[in-house]
Design a protein around this ligand. Structure first.
Ligand code: 3PG
Length: 216
């Protein structure tokens, strides 16, 4: 997969909905009902973070949910990329980017949303052909004001910011032309998952899916 194809695929995934749920799944039994609730609420692109022992099995369990597009987050190594692809992930997300990670995604044909934060990181990724990037940790790294400023000299790059974003502040990001979508865990709160309150999660997804975007 060439960087151009990577960016095309990443853009298409980011355009599916204004919010990509960032999911930390501790209990494999939660995976399928959680995915169904989020998709029913209007959020088809789902990022399962590779931070829990059952994350890869969760991706496997979610890969068949109708209407869902399941990806793997927290990709740090080529081994993560291989495992995510084998589990059925349709895209990958990384907090940053390394040569080895990018090469592994290109070799495996896994659409990648690489992380860029400083102007130089963003420019290096752009030079490689990656015009759609994750921006992490969004709030701590400068928030919407930072991305607005970056958009002046580097308007060719679009972002999916994640980290510290809530329903309340998501509009600050989504009101910018260089933001395709935001990522966040607020649509899948741990307590609602523990209670199996999938209706509550569907409601949160519905609210998130209704957020307007300036980029489209
Ligand atoms: C993450 O990788 O943890 C994401 O950026 C989600 O951050 P959040 O939990 O602050 O939404």
């Amino acid at each position: 997969m060439t960087p151009t194809d990577q960016s095309k695929a990443a853009r298409a995934i980011c355009l599916l909905a204004p919010v990509v749920p960032v999911l930390v799944i501790d209990d494999l039994a939660h995976a399928a009902p959680l995915a169904r609730a989020l998709v029913a609420g209007g959020l088809p692109a789902l990022e399962v973070t590779l931070r829990t022992p059952c994350a890869l099995d969760a991706i496997r369990a979610m890969a068949d949910i109708e209407g869902g597009v399941v990806g793997a987050g927290t990709l740090l190594t080529p081994a993560d990329v291989k495992a995510a692809k084998a589990a059925g992930a349709k895209f990958g997300v990384s907090p940053g980017a390394t040569d080895r990670l990018i090469a592994a995604c290109e070799d495996e044909g896994l659409a990648l949303l690489p992380g860029g934060a400083s102007a130089s990181e963003i420019m290096v990724l752009l030079e490689r052909g990656y015009s759609v990037q994750k921006f992490f940790p969004a709030e701590q790294a400068g928030g919407a004001a930072y991305l607005k400023s970056i958009g002046s000299p580097i308007p060719q790059v679009s972002f999916c910011p994640t980290g510290g974003i809530s329903l309340k502040i998501a509009p600050d990001y989504l009101g910018l032309k260089n933001i395709l979508c935001v990522g966040g865990s607020w649509v899948a709160p741990k307590d609602a998952m523990a209670r199996g309150d999938w209706a509550a999660i569907e409601t949160l997804a519905r609210e998130a899916a209704a957020l307007p975007r300036a980029a489209i």
